[in-house]
Design a protein around this ligand. Structure first.
Ligand code: ATP
Ligand code: MG
Length: 365
């Protein structure tokens, strides 16, 4: 175990709201934080001990950062390989690049799920419009076309409602240009008629102990997470299956830190894995107020070499994202002792921007 002493600085790549909440959890355990990212005046910068505003490819800035911190972790997975490699050569990095790399690419992710015996929606890799026309015949409509890399909040995705209708989707995700990627550019997935979406956040410590938060039930609106609710309305066997998948995944990746796994549950109770992220996840924010520990603290514990704790839930909860103008209508929540408001300190409430969230608790059922 490489246990960090209190007062040590934890480096965090990325400086959005997930980084902000990691900094708050680290501070409570006596650690300093140093966030690194391209955006100035970011949510994480407001609460971190130190901040570097620089591009991820800036090796001079990475050199100064790596010599100022005791360990490096991430609040998002899309860091360039070059930055991860540079840091790994100079400082402890958790999770490692090996785990990050799988989560950066939807095709690698799907192959990984297959390798651990976890089902996914049917899919085909696609590089050209004619690949897509062949794939849609094999998969059938409706289907969803996604870029393999760099998607979030539904960006880089287009739904295909009829087999003859691939042109608009192809144009939407390529921007009209022919892709020439090193890896497969896009993936066509069968559209799953799920009864609900769930996710499990698993944590794994340096001692290889794995603990999972229970599945939350997630509802999306406008391609963005709207609410996460616990308990999820799924059978106990389905919950146990979901936790088993997340546990096998975090072990197989040999990951120290957090892994969030998003899944679809079908009417027959089958679980199809959608995607995963090696970091805190929006669908795990309910843990901040409904559990003895939360996803951010578990991640800091793992990265710092502290033991993980039992994440048992003591209340039912609904996490509601505050998107855009929602943040200007929170007086009801602020007056309600059962509503725990978390704001990210972003000045401008642009449409579609995640401004904060609220965890609304009820007695445990
Ligand atoms: N194959 C599918 N079948 C049915 N619904 C889907 C499928 N793929 C995606 N969706 C819907 O779109 C949402 C976003 O898709 P996905 O998680 O792949 O994208 P994302 O851009 O990474 O989103 P986020 O950042 O919110 O996780 C899913 O949570 C689900 O509601
Ligand atoms: Mg998703």
């Amino acid at each position: 175990m490489h246990r960090l002493q209190p007062g040590t600085t934890i480096g965090i790549l990325g400086n959005g709201q997930l980084g902000r909440m990691l900094c708050l959890a680290a501070a409570r355990l006596g650690y300093r934080t140093h966030v690194f990212g391209p955006e100035a005046d970011s949510p994480a910068e407001h609460v971190a001990t130190y901040s570097t505003v620089a591009d991820y490819t800036d090796e001079t800035a990475l050199a100064a950062f790596s010599s100022a911190v005791g360990v490096v972790t991430f609040e998002f997975e899309n860091v360039p390989a070059s930055a991860a490699a540079y840091l790994a050569a100079h400082v402890h990095v958790r999770p490692t690049w090996k785990a990050l790399k799988v989560c950066q690419d939807r095709i690698k992710e799907k192959q990984f799920f297959a390798s651990i015996g976890a089902a996914t929606p049917p899919w085909r890799g696609v590089n050209t419009h004619s690949d897509l026309d062949i794939a849609i015949k094999e998969i059938g409509a409706p289907a969803v076309l996604k870029t393999a890399r760099f998607g979030y909040d539904g960006k880089g995705q287009a739904k295909i409602l009829a087999e003859a209708d691939t042109g608009a989707a192809w144009a939407a995700i390529t921007g009209g240009k022919n892709p020439t990627p090193k890896n497969t550019f896009a993936v066509l997935e069968g559209f799953v008629d799920f009864i609900c979406e769930i996710s499990v956040i698993a944590a794994r410590g340096q001692d290889r102990n794995v603990v999972c938060f229970e599945p939350s039930e997630n509802v999306h609106a406008n391609h963005m997470l709207a609410t996460s609710t616990v308990p999820a309305r799924i059978a106990p066997a389905t919950a146990a299956h979901a936790i088993d998948i997340a546990t096998r995944a975090i072990k197989a990746l040999d990951l120290v830190g957090l892994l969030a796994v998003e899944m679809f549950v079908t009417s027959s109770g089958a679980i199809l894995c959608n995607e995963m992220a090696p970091r805190p996840h929006n669908s795990g924010h309910w843990t901040q107020d409904a559990c003895g520990t939360n996803q951010f603290e578990q991640m800091i514990r793992a990265v710092a070499g502290l033991p993980l704790v039992d994440p048992a839930r003591h209340a039912d909860a609904v996490m509601r994202n505050l998107v855009g103008e929602d943040v200007n209508n929170i007086d009801g929540y602020l007056a309600d002792p059962a509503a725990h408001v978390h704001l990210y300190g972003k000045a401008e409430a642009r449409p579609g921007r995640k401004m904060g969230h609220v965890n609304i608790l009820k007695a445990k059922t």
